[in-house]
Design a protein around this ligand. Structure first.
Ligand code: NAD
Length: 265
């Protein structure tokens, strides 16, 4: 892939201080895009991470702290991004997300609300805010990070599955609305990646079964993946860069799996 594939394009990657989002932000910086990194941390906490991203090919890397569980947080994120990145946003990657696991009958309602607000309502509000500018300029990319759980269920994950199925449905509807405008909307559906979101679940499994973390990791992966192999955040990032490039312009409304074969089962 060309080092400056996205030269002249600006991108916001939500939840890019950690895990998959950081892998995606890294690939956008390497592709030469102007980049907005986003998370919950204060800017001083993420200074080393920003310095690393600035060492790649991006002409500018900025940071916004915003809690996107509220509409005000989403508005703040969009307005700061647009003003810091030169009054336009070409690419939105809806990545930030949370997990909470419990059986449905035990699932706390406030946890359900938080999962839905961050995983589903925020991608809607952010897409809604950036689409008019994309339509005006006749070019734009929405890349949503769904999950294999956009297509499959799992025990203890009713809220997460509902939110990720919702993101895919939203993306497909937007894709039809934006057909022929130069804007596309697609959903990448990862299998398990080795991030804090998943490692918390592995730790819980190790504790419940009284086994080592390594054994729990293998058990966790082999329950879904045909091989005990994690999806790499940098590969998900390269996928998002491709969708955001000119070559990706005819992919619209797709659910794109990168899940080591999970959903072929
Ligand atoms: P992570 O916990 O490593 O990172 C989550 C990011 O979201 C962090 O940057 C965090 O600051 C941000 N975030 C969380 N709550 C926020 C809030 N209220 N406001 C603003 N930012 C907030 O998680 P991850 O595993 O990298 O997950 C990233 C995305 O990928 C999520 O949407 C997740 O559902 C999805 N996903 C993850 C996996 C996996 O195996 N890790 C698999 C499929 C899909």
């Amino acid at each position: 892939m060309s080092a400056l594939l996205l030269s002249g394009k600006s991108v916001l990657v939500t939840g890019s201080t950690s895990g998959i989002g950081l892998g995606i932000a890294t690939q956008f910086a390497k592709a030469g895009a102007t980049l907005m990194v986003h998370g919950l941390e204060g800017e001083d906490q993420v200074a080393p991470l920003l310095a690393k991203l600035r060492s790649f090919s991006s002409p500018k890397v900025s940071y916004t702290q915003a809690d996107i569980s509220s509409e005000a947080g989403c508005s703040k994120l969009v307005s700061e991004t647009v003003s810091k990145l030169g009054n336009k946003l070409d690419i939105l990657v809806n990545n930030a997300g949370i997990q909470y696991t419990a059986r449905t009958e035990d699932y706390p309602s406030e946890r359900w609300d938080a999962v839905m607000r961050i995983n589903l309502t925020a991608p809607f509000l952010l897409s809604k805010a950036v689409l008019p500018g994309m339509y005006d300029r006749g070019w734009g990319r929405l890349v949503h990070i769904g999950s294999a759980h956009s297509m499959r269920g799992s025990v203890n994950k009713s809220a997460y599955c509902a939110s990720k199925h919702g993101v895919l449905g939203m993306s497909r509807a937007i894709a039809l609305e934006c057909a022929g405008t130069g804007v596309t909307s697609n959903t990448i559906c990862p299998g398990f990646a080795e991030t804090p979101l998943v490692l918390k679940q592995v730790d819980k499994l190790a504790e419940e079964r009284g086994i080592s973390k390594e054994a729990a990791k293998n058990l966790f992966l082999l329950d879904k993946h045909p091989t005990a192999e994690f999806v790499k955040p940098e590969n998900l990032g390269a996928f998002a860069v491709f969708l955001s490039s000119e070559a990706g312009g005819q992919v619209n409304g797709a659910a794109l799996s990168m899940d080591v074969g999970w959903t072929t089962r």
